[in-house]
Design a protein around this ligand. Structure first.
Ligand code: DC
Length: 663
C-alpha cells in the first residue's frame, strides 16, 4: 500500500448506476488469523494476497516486535513470508500498540497469556472502550496473569507469566464477541495438552468461528466440536506451515459492491470470493436475493444485479450471523419498497463505534425514518433521498456503506474518508471504477431582493417536478443561529465555524435548526438585517457552499439567490437573472406585508430595498451580478405566472437535451 494523504472530507457525486468488476482486497479476518497462525507454526509460510491495511499492519508490527521474521509485501498479487517460531516467540518482553484492530487484540491477548512473558497490549481510545473482560476472565481462570491497567474489563492490558492449567474445561461467554472464543481456540493448542472449551450461553457471529476453525485446520490443527457449544483440541496438536496459502478476498468488502449492483442496476461482479468461501459474510448475497436482487455465483466470484422490476423488496431479517455485512443492508433499506427491520444485531454496539446509534443518525441525515432499538434497527426509506454530510465515526464500514446512498442520485460529503484504510484503503477508487455519475440539471435564478425569485423558482420547480433551494434561507439560518448563540456577526472565522456545524434539516416546506422549527423565525426583520450583514463574509460563504451543492440531487434543482449562476452552480443548465425596478419590488413587498397584517410605509421599504441592493452588489465576496451566460428577465411588468412561463420556455429544451439556445 502506498502511503496516501487523505483529505478531511471527500465529495461524492450523485450516481446514476453501477456496473462492472471489482477485484477485492484480501479479507481482514482471514489475513490477521493466518498471519498469527503462520507465526505460531513450525516452518515458513508464504501468504499471498494478504490485505494491506491498518489492522493487518498492526498485526505484522506486533509479530515483528515478538521476534517473528516477516518478509515481503502484503497486497493483492504480492506475497509475505512468515517464519514461524513453533509457538515460542523469541521476544518475551514487548509493548504492543494495536490501533483499533479487534482481530489483533483478542487473539494476541490469548496467545501471549498462554506463552507468558511481560507484554503490554494497548490501542486507540476506542479500543479501550471495547470489552475484553469475558476473554480475560476465561484466561485468568486457567491461571494466566492479566491486569486491565485502565478500566476493568477493557484494554489496555498487562500480561505476565502464569501457570496454565487446562485439566478442566475452559468456559467462555460468546454473547458479546465471538472473537473471545476465536482467541481461545487459536491460543490453547499451544499448551500441547487436551483442551475442552465450552461456550457459556448463546454465541453470536457463528460464521466467524467457522473461519477460525477452517484456518486452524489449514495449519494442521483440527478441532472436534459439538455444535457451537463444546470444542475439543487433542493433546500434541501443533501448528505446521501449509507451505503456501492464498488469502480469500474480503467478503464484507464485497457487500458494498454487490449492493451497488443490486441498487444501481448492475451487474457488478466481485472477484476473490465465490460460492465455497469460508467467510460467513458471503451469505450477504443470500440476503440480497431475499430482497429480490439477481445474484449469480462462481467458484471465485459473485455477481449481483437489480431485481427484474428494479425495486428492492422490504425485509425483516435476523442478521446475527453477518453483523458486518448487515450494515450494508441498512443502507440498501433506503432503496426498498417499504420499512425494513434488521434484527439481532446488538454486537454493533461494541464494534469500531456504537454502530446502531451511528447508523441511525447518518441514515436520518439522508432522509430515512429510523427507529433505533436495543438490538435492532427499523429503517423506513424516504420518498427521495437528500444530500448530506456523513460523519464516519472513525469506522471504515460506516464510510463504505453510507457511500452507497449516492446511488439515490444525491451528492454526499464523506468526513474523514481515510478511515477506510482500516480494511479497504482503495475503496473509493474501486467504487469509482463501477460507478456512473449522474448529471443532475440545475436552473439558477439570481436577482436582487424582492425581485420575485422565490415565487418564480417554486413555479418553475413545480412545472418540471424539480427540487428547490432557497439559498437565502441558509444565510438567514446562520444569522439566526449567530443571534441565538451570541456569535459576533462580523467575525468571519467564527461565523464560518458556526456555519459548518449547523444542524439543519429541510423537510417539506419546514426548516429545522438543531431540532427546533425555525421556518417562521428566520423571516423576522432582525434576522433579515443580520443575514444581509453576514452575507459579506467570505469564510461564511465558503462554509455554506457544500450545503448548497447538497441540494443538487435527482431529478434536478431550481436554485435561487444572489450567486447561484456565478459561484455556487457555475455549470448550471440554465441561468436566469431576474430584475424589476426598485419601485416595483417595493410595491410587491408592501402588498405582501399588508397581507400579513404588518404596516410599513412604501417609502421606507423602497429606501431599504435600495440600501440592500447597494450592499449586495458592492460586497467584495460574491457580489450580486448576472452571470455572463445568464438570461435576463425584467419582471417589472410581468406577473409571476408569466415569468415562470418564460423560464419554462428557456429551460425545457435544455433539460431535454442537456444543451440549449444561447441567451
Ligand atoms: O433572499 P433572502 O432575502 O432570503 O436572502 C437573505 C440574505 O442572504 C440577503 O441579504 C442576501 C443573502 N444572500 C446571499 O448573499 N447569497 C445568496 N445566494 C442568497 C442570499
Amino acid at each position: 500500500m502506498t502511503e496516501r494523504v487523505w483529505p478531511p472530507h471527500l465529495d461524492l457525486p450523485p450516481l446514476a448506476a453501477a456496473r462492472g468488476r471489482v477485484r477485492l482486497p484480501g479479507s481482514k479476518s482471514l489475513s490477521n488469523r493466518t498471519l498469527l497462525l503462520a507465526a505460531l507454526a513450525d516452518g515458513a509460510t508464504e501468504l499471498r494476497d494478504v490485505l494491506d491495511s491498518d489492522d493487518t499492519r498492526h498485526m505484522q508490527a506486533a509479530l515483528r516486535a515478538l521476534g517473528v521474521r516477516v518478509d515481503g509485501r502484503a497486497g493483492n498479487g504480492d506475497a509475505l513470508t512468515v517464519h514461524g517460531c513453533g509457538g515460542d516467540f523469541p521476544v518475551r518482553t514487548a509493548d504492543l500498540f494495536l490501533g483499533n484492530a479487534g482481530t489483533a487484540v483478542r487473539p494476541l491477548t490469548a496467545v501471549l497469556a498462554v506463552v507468558g512473558g511481560d507484554f503490554g497490549v494497548s490501542g486507540v481510545a476506542r479500543m479501550h472502550e471495547r470489552p475484553i473482560g469475558d476473554l480475560v476472565d476465561a484466561l485468568v481462570g486457567l491461571g494466566a496473569r492479566i491486569d486491565c491497567t485502565g478500566t476493568p474489563g477493557f484494554p489496555p492490558l498487562r500480561i505476565g507469566r502464569g501457570t496454565i492449567d487446562v485439566s478442566r474445561p475452559v468456559r467462555v461467554r460468546g454473547d458479546v464477541s465471538s472473537q473471545f472464543l476465536t482467541a481461545l481456540l487459536m491460543a490453547l493448542p499451544l499448551t500441547g495438552r487436551d483442551v475442552v472449551i465450552e461456550v457459556a450461553g448463546p454465541l453470536i457471529s457463528k460464521p466467524y468461528i467457522e473461519i477460525t476453525l477452517a484456518m486452524m485446520a489449514r495449519f494442521g490443527v483440527t478441532v472436534a466440536r459439538d455444535g457451537f457449544e463444546r470444542f475439543t483440541i487433542a493433546a500434541g496438536s501443533r501448528y505446521t506451515s501449509p507451505g503456501t496459502l492464498a488469502v480469500e478476498g474480503d467478503a464484507s468488502g464485497a457487500s458494498y459492491f454487490l449492493a451497488a449492483g443490486a441498487i444501481g442496476g448492475g451487474p457488478v461482479r466481485v472477484e476473490g470470493v465465490g460460492r465455497d468461501s469460508v467467510q460467513g459474510d458471503v451469505r450477504f448475497a443470500d440476503a440480497l436475493e431475499h430482497l429480490g436482487a439477481r445474484v449469480t455465483r462462481g467458484e471465485t466470484w459473485i455477481e449481483a444485479a437489480a431485481p427484474v422490476d428494479g425495486r428492492l423488496r422490504a425485509f425483516d431479517l435476523d442478521l446475527n450471523a453477518i453483523p458486518d455485512a448487515a450494515m450494508t443492508l441498512a443502507v440498501a433499506a433506503l432503496f426498498a419498497d417499504g420499512p425494513c427491520r434488521l434484527r439481532n444485531i446488538a454486537s454493533w454496539r461494541v464494534k469500531e463505534t456504537d454502530r446502531l446509534a451511528a447508523m441511525a443518525i447518518e441514515l436520518r441525515k439522508v432522509g430515512a425514518t429510523v427507529d433505533e432499538q436495543a438490538d435492532a434497527l427499523v429503517v423506513t426509506p424516504p420518498a427521495a433521498l437528500r444530500g448530506a454530510v456523513i460523519h464516519t465515526w472513525d469506522d471504515h464500514r460506516m464510510a463504505m456503506c453510507l457511500a452507497l446512498a449516492t446511488l439515490g442520485g444525491v451528492p454526499l460529503r464523506i468526513d474523514d474518508p481515510g478511515c477506510v484504510a482500516k480494511t479497504f484503503p482503495d475503496f473509493f477508487d474501486r467504487l469509482a471504477d463501477v460507478a456512473q455519475p449522474e448529471v443532475v440539471p440545475v436552473i439558477a435564478i439570481d436577482g436582487p431582493a424582492a425581485s420575485g425569485k422565490g415565487t418564480v423558482a417554486e413555479g418553475v420547480a413545480r412545472h418540471f417536478g424539480l427540487r428547490t433551494l432557497d439559498s437565502g434561507s441558509l444565510y438567514r439560518i446562520a444569522a439566526l443561529a449567530a443571534l441565538r448563540g451570541d456569535v459576533d456577526l462580523d467575525d468571519d472565522a467564527a461565523m464560518g465555524r458556526l456555519a459548518v456545524g449547523l444542524d439543519i434539516v429541510f423537510d417539506g416546506g419546514r426548516i429545522g435548526l438543531a431540532g427546533d422549527d425555525v421556518t417562521d423565525a428566520i423571516r423576522d426583520e432582525t434576522v433579515s438585517v443580520a443575514a444581509s450583514r453576514i452575507a459579506v463574509l467570505p469564510a461564511l460563504r465558503a462554509a455554506l457552499l457544500w450545503r448548497q451543492h447538497a441540494f443538487r440531487a435527482r431529478p434536478g434543482l431550481v436554485a435561487e439567490g444572489r450567486d447561484m449562476g456565478t459561484v455556487v452552480f457555475p455549470d448550471a443548465t440554465l441561468k436566469v437573472f431576474l430584475t424589476a425596478s426598485a419601485q416595483a419590488r417595493a410595491e410587491r413587498r408592501h402588498k405582501q406585508l399588508i397581507r400579513k397584517g404588518t404596516s410599513v410605509s412604501l417609502a421606507a421599504l423602497l429606501q431599504e430595498i435600495e440600501a440592500r441592493d447597494a450592499r449586495d452588489s458592492a460586497r467584495a465576496s460574491a457580489p450580486l451580478a448576472a452571470a455572463a451566460d445568464a438570461f435576463h428577465l425584467d419582471t417589472t411588468a410581468l406577473t409571476a405566472d408569466a415569468a415562470v412561463a418564460r423560464i419554462v420556455e428557456w429551460a425545457a429544451p435544455r433539460l431535454a437535451t442537456g444543451k440549449a439556445p444561447l441567451p
